[in-house]
Ligand binder design. Structure first.
Ligand code: IPD
Ligand code: CA
Ligand code: CA
Length: 254
């Protein structure tokens, strides 16, 4: 299953790599900070055609045209066709396709593909996590020697103050932080030990479903900022970290 998903997601990546003149094919969804391009739609349409036949009866739950379907029942593909659309529009080359396959609310398979770096992150529940087929693990660095990632919950501006407060608390304990702009890749960066932890106050299931399995299969922890398991049905806060830094969550004012 994972190999078939990877092959399809790699093909979809060709659509992103073939992109030309993206700015003229970009539309605002709710504001100038909330964009969709013709490429987001093309990738989603491609995946909607190719993925469901892999699992008869599976539903397709994609960001751009989310069906009125419940991804917590039976098999469900949970898809972000381009995570990091603003990066894509600005040619920052930090975007990914994120595909999770869940069964009855638990993510069983996850694939995150960064076509610009030719990196496929993949995981199967209980089967470990991989980058281009090689096993990956979270780091063992304490935050005092580490770098963390964060997201600004751009579509929920009410989280600005807590986001900045938490960033300050973590920055005081760490070497530095990054705001990369593609949550699925932020999670993979923790999974492969490039960063030590990541948080964002509001993410959607298509942002975190695949990446959170990558983190846990790579030996890390994934939960909400309240320490609860991540649902796959709704928007929530997300905290992922290596093992050493997970207990810090209890000490923070969130
Ligand atoms: C967004 C990115 C961004 C994060 C936002 C997400 P999109 O996804 O992952 O880093 O801060 O919360 O919604 O809109 O580019 O698919
Ligand atoms: Ca996204
Ligand atoms: Ca997206």
């Amino acid at each position: 299953m994972l190999d078939q998903m990877i092959a399809i997601v790699r093909q979809a990546g060709e659509i992103i790599l073939s992109a030309k003149d993206v700015a003229s094919q970009t539309h605002e969804k709710t504001s100038a900070a909330d964009l969709v391009t013709e490429y987001d739609l093309a990738v989603e349409h491609f995946l909607k055609e190719k993925l469901p036949p892999l699992v008869p009866g599976a539903i397709f739950f994609g960001e751009e045209e989310a069906e009125n379907a419940d991804p917590s029942r039976g098999w469900a593909f949970i898809v972000d066709p381009i995570d990091g659309t603003t990066n894509f529009v600005r040619d920052l080359r930090q975007s990914a396709i994120s595909v999770a396959l869940a069964k009855d609310g638990a993510v069983e398979y996850g694939v995150v593909y960064d076509p610009f770096r030719n990196e496929v992150f993949s995981a199967r529940r209980g089967g470990g996590a991989f980058r281009n087929g090689q096993p990956i693990h979270v780091s063992s660095r304490p935050l005092s020697e580490g770098v963390f990632g964060m997201g600004t919950a751009i579509y929920r501006r009410e989280y600005l103050e807590p986001t900045m407060r938490l960033t300050e608390q973590l920055f005081r304990r760490s070497c530095d932080f990054r705001r990369m702009g593609a949550a699925a890749l932020d999670l993979c960066n923790v999974a492969c030990g490039r960063t030590e932890l990541f948080f964002e106050y509001s993410l959607c299931p298509w942002d975190y479903a695949a990446g959170s399995l990558l983190v846990t299969e790579a030996g890390g922890m994934a939960c909400t900022l309240e320490g609860a398991p991540l649902p796959i049905t709704e928007r929530c806060s997300v905290w992922v970290s290596n093992r050493v830094n997970h207990p810090i969550l209890q000490e923070l004012e969130v």
